[in-house]
Ligand binder design. Structure first.
Ligand SMILES: Cc1cc2nc3c(=O)[nH]c(=O)nc-3n(C[C@H](O)[C@H](O)[C@H](O)COP(=O)(O)OP(=O)(O)OC[C@H]3O[C@@H](n4cnc5c(N)ncnc54)[C@H](O)[C@@H]3O)c2cc1C
Length: 506
């Protein structure tokens, strides 16, 4: 019998969510005699693999122990973006007077309503990932814990699924830091924070990476006092420092207290509060908070898979080891998504699932290393990046030319009152070959795809200058960066020739 899973709080939305992605009355089918593919894990990677392979006519079994849709739908991208949207409304109301709008005093955040909206929308989106939809697509959906039980078998809910090929798509879970007293004091992770119905009075966020930053800003804007702890001297320290600095300043304006470059030494419970002890360059300090959210990295879901029995090698921190074709150390077993990737995003889970379908079912030669992978952190403003950073190029000994267009020079950004940010594009020195780009803008994620397309399609920066961009749009900053490139080609010699030519034509 499939286990009954619970998503809190109990309400109509979560009931409908569960009935989509882990129906209580689900009957696992009788297994086929043999499957082309048995996919373990039904997050984005597993769902895309199963749907794609079944659509091409393969006999596919999909095994999920918890909720179809995995992290992205249930406790990741979808709920976080829903509450980020509400938090942006708060910021817009806060800044309304700059736009000539007077907002009545006493405008309040209704936190339970914000969370209810999130649950309602998450349930709506969950239709795409529902067990019934996948059954209709021809996939045999098994709810229960999957485990390799022999060289070509997976065991689930007392049934044996025989496979020709298998795919591990079991994803990751939040890493729990080993801070003394933290477990006893209790803390939230992305797996539990979206069940809140009451706003935490004072939220400590441990971890200034993408997940910690997105949620710190959202909760601050929704009215919690927020203290963000990060061990580096800068939040989002993997990004370019000028990009991360813009976000850091935005956090300070939002009223987030930043504790940087400090070590969290222990946590204790005191008078109903949680007290976080830190050491900053030898100086001890303690900070009392109501709740703690931890976002300090991910741990691969490897336990219980019995990978040794099928000769699949793995690393406790990095996950399942794969080659460039996403084959594990057992050529009949592939992996896709967070379980085997450095770049843990929904779009990479999707892209790697597509590689697996081609390579596993059609002897394709699709390679992970051929992917151009963009990413975005959905703070306000957002930071989106693709390709190389300047520091990467330097390490590889590649000389670059960099073209930067600040948004406070872009008409639409000025009109929108969204002038914070820039478009920065690196090209191989002396050429227009785009190597990488960072965009910081309120909708940087929407803007970046044009540059990603240029890299994938081998279009130089010069080509982007020939593309007519709608006026006025913030994406014009990309064309204007390309114009900067064109102007850089105008050497004094060429300029002299043009001047002579034009003088002669007069
Ligand atoms: C707060 C947060 C916000 C995020 N926001 C974004 C974003 O905006 N954009 C973006 O691109 N990415 C975002 N991500 C990352 C994104 O959620 C993941 O990259 C994506 O979910 C990975 O998909 P996956 O299929 O590899 O793994 P998962 O989604 O983790 O799915 C794995 C599935 O396997 C199941 N499973 C595990 N072991 C077994 C087993 N033995 N048997 C059966 N089933 C098993 C699990 O229950 C799970 O459902 C965010 C993540 C978090 C935490």
């Amino acid at each position: 019998m499939p286990r009954i899973v619970e998503v809190l709080p109990h309400d109509v939305h979560n009931e409908a969510l569960v009935s989509n992605v882990h129906p209580v009355d689900w009957q696992n089918p009788e297994p086929a005699s043999r499957y082309h593919l048995v996919v373990i894990g039904a997050g984005t990677a597993g769902l895309v693999t199963a749907a794609g392979a079944a659509g091409l006519g393969a006999k596919v079994a999909l095994v999920e122990r918890h909720l179809l849709g995995g992290d992205c739908l249930n406790v990741g991208c979808v709920p976080s973006k829903c509450i980020i949207r509400s938090s942006r409304v708060v910021a817009d109301i806060r800044d309304a007077s700059q736009f000539g709008i007077r907002v009545p005093e006493g405008t309040k955040v209704d936190f339970p309503a914000v969370m209810e909206r999130m649950r309602r929308l998450r349930t709506r989106i969950s239709d795409h990932d529902s067990a019934r939809r996948f059954k209709d697509l021809g996939v045999d959906v098994f709810l229960g814990e999957g485990r390799f039980s022999g060289p070509d078998t997976v065991e689930v809910d007392g049934k044996t699924l025989c496979f020709k090929l298998a795919v591990i798509a079991t994803g990751t879970r939040p890493a729990h830091p080993t801070i003394p007293g933290l477990a006893e004091a209790g803390f939230f992770t992305n797996e539990t924070i979206f069940s809140l119905t009451e706003r935490p009075r004072h939220l400590a966020v441990i971890g200034g990476g993408p997940i910690g930053c997105e949620l710190a800003q959202a909760f601050r804007r929704l009215g919690s006092e927020v203290t963000l702890f990060h061990s580096d001297s800068h939040i989002l320290n993997r990004e370019d420092s000028d990009a991360a600095e813009i976000i850091q300043q935005s956090f300070i304006r939002d009223g987030i207290r930043l504790i940087l470059n400090c070590k969290t030494t222990r946590v204790e419970k005191r008078n109903g509060n949680k007290v976080i002890h830190i050491n900053c360059g030898g100086k001890e300090e303690e900070i009392g908070v109501a709740e703690i959210l931890v976002g300090v990295g991910r741990t691969p879901n490897l336990e219980g898979l019995n990978l040794e029995s099928v000769g699949v090698k793995y690393d406790q921190r990095e996950g399942v080891m794969v080659n460039d074709r996403l084959q594990t150390t057992n050529p009949r077993v592939y992996a896709a998504g967070d379980i085997c990737l450095k770049f843990k995003f929904t779009h990479t889970a999707d892209a790697t699932a597509r590689i697996v379908i081609q390579n596993a079912l059609f002897w394709g030669g699709k390679k992970l290393s051929a992917l151009t992978i963009p990413w975005c952190t959905y703070t306000d403003p957002e930071i989106a990046h693709v390709g190389m950073y300047e520091k990467d190029a330097e390490k590889m000994g590649i000389a670059v030319d960099t073209f930067i267009r600040p948004l406070n020079d872009v008409d639409r950004a000025i009109a929108d009152g969204e002038e914070e940010g820039f478009v920065k594009i690196h090209v191989k020195k002396g050429t227009d070959q785009i190597l990488g780009a960072t965009v910081v803008a309120r909708h940087a994620g929407e803007m970046l795809s044009e540059i990603t397309l240029a890299i994938v399609g081998n279009l130089g920066l010069k080509t982007l200058s020939h593309v007519i961009h709608l006026y006025p749009t913030q994406a014009e900053a990309i064309k204007q960066s390309a114009d900067l490139y064109n102007r850089s080609r105008l050497t004094p010699f060429i300029k002299g020739l043009f001047t002579k030519w034009l003088a002669w034509r007069r």
